[in-house]
Design a protein around this ligand. Structure first.
Ligand code: KG4
Ligand code: ZN
Length: 377
């Protein structure tokens, strides 16, 4: 028997239309995600206008399936949660408007949820459908997605303090751009990761480096360095290395917009991707280590779409094991965008006595700092 309250989650911040039902114990009774891969593939990336129209079209089937799988009816829902930002405004508006209408129509509380707050707590969800784990009083969060790369200190009472965020590109975004330059089809990140598994980073290791901010720098400078991520330099290094491969004849150049099947990528390009991926993950490990030296990490929760990265998962496992740190790696089902994490974040707010937001006035926002919402909620 599910526990009260039953919360409906809605997530439409980018290209996934998602609906979930989570119960009062944090059990995910249903989590349905409809990807829009075919719609965006001809363009090599997400087209906002197409994405918001697709959300409208997908919603009836996605929500009907979520309720059917959960075995509940609209009347059984005790609260409604929808992502209010950050994300693509036209996309957010679809999910938030539906959520507001359901909450108002049924007279239920409404929670406008911060997308990154959802990712942050997603590692505590149980992939087997059991109750969610309790949040520790304090934990460190590493959130890596297509739009964000964030290191935060979080508390079970909802307070969040940003330690480091990206100054330029996000980790997942760079995987996508490098894959796109190689002619790989959208979504490129997971394909780059898979191809990198067969590569040997050694021949290209010198072409990629991580700015550590340690050697020969003053403590103050090293501190400033630890306080941000930067991926645009790594992206340029990768793009230049691809150009060199093309000039050497090892990689056939493609006409603009042409798609290359992953199996057609030569081993030299897989080696390059392996070195690129290693440097991308090294930077995360470097910043984490610097943070841990100053403020010891006790529990590390790793989340976001790019937390599906195989090397990242192995390196985080080793890094935490070597230091006796309690690692919470997001289950693969809840790494990418989903609505279970949105409903779960609303449940945590409800447990803290938060009555929710006024559905008549809550608005979407393309950018919202995570610290600000946590303090308010
Ligand atoms: O969290 P998410 O689903 O959406 C955002 O909120 O951005 O993250 C999607 C991002 C995309 O950039 C995607 O390419 C990346 O996560 N991603 C990966 C992998 N799987 C997904 N990046 C690297 N390795 C992967 N295995
Ligand atoms: Zn996301």
């Amino acid at each position: 028997m599910p526990d009260a309250p039953l919360i409906l989650g809605i997530e439409t911040s980018c290209d996934d239309t998602a609906c979930a039902v989570v119960d009062g114990a944090g059990r995910v009774l249903a989590s349905v995600v409809s990807r829009q891969i075919d719609e965006h593939r001809p363009f090599g990336g997400v087209v906002p206008e197409i994405a918001s129209r697709a959300h409208l079209g997908n919603w009836p089937a996605v929500s009907a399936e979520a309720l059917a799988r959960a075995g509940v009816d609209w009347a059984d829902l005790d609260a409604v949660a929808a992502t209010r930002g950050p994300g693509l405004v036209g996309c957010l508006l679809v999910g938030l408007s539906i959520g507001r209408a359901v909450a108002l129509g049924r007279g239920r509380p409404f929670f406008g949820v911060h997308h990154m707050a959802g990712h942050l707590v997603s590692p505590f969800l149980d992939a087997e459908g059991g109750p969610a784990a309790d949040l520790p009083a304090r934990f460190t969060g590493l959130i890596v997605s297509g739009g964000h790369t964030l290191l935060v200190e979080a508390r079970a009472d909802g307070a969040v303090e940003t330690v480091a965020e990206t100054r330029d590109d996000a980790l997942g975004e760079v995987f996508d751009k490098v894959g796109k330059r190689l002619g790989l089809a959208y979504p490129q990140g997971p394909i780059v990761d898979r191809l990198a598994e067969d590569g040997d980073p050694a021949p290209h290791a010198k072409a990629f480096f991580v700015k550590t901010g340690r050697r020969g720098r003053t403590a103050a400078k090293a501190d400033a360095h630890a306080a941000y991520f930067t991926y645009s330099g790594l992206k340029s290094q990768a793009l230049r290395a691809i150009e060199r491969l093309e000039r050497s004849g090892a990689l056939a150049p493609l006409p603009p917009g042409a798609i290359r099947a992953p199996e057609d990528l030569p081993s030299e390009a897989r080696d390059l991707l392996a070195a690129f991926r290693a440097a991308a993950v090294d930077q995360l490990v470097d910043r984490l280590t610097q943070h841990h030296d100053r403020r010891p990490v006790r529990c590390l929760a790793v989340s976001g779409g790019a937390a599906a990265n195989r090397l990242l998962r192995r390196r985080m496992t080793d890094w935490c094991a070597a230091r006796g740190i309690d690692l919470r790696l997001v289950p693969l089902t809840y790494a990418g965008d989903n609505a279970a994490m949105i409903a779960f974040e609303a449940l945590l707010r409800h447990r803290r006595g938060d009555a929710g937001d006024d559905p008549r006035s809550v608005e979407v926002a393309s950018r919202i700092p995570l610290d600000a919402t946590a303090a308010a909620g």
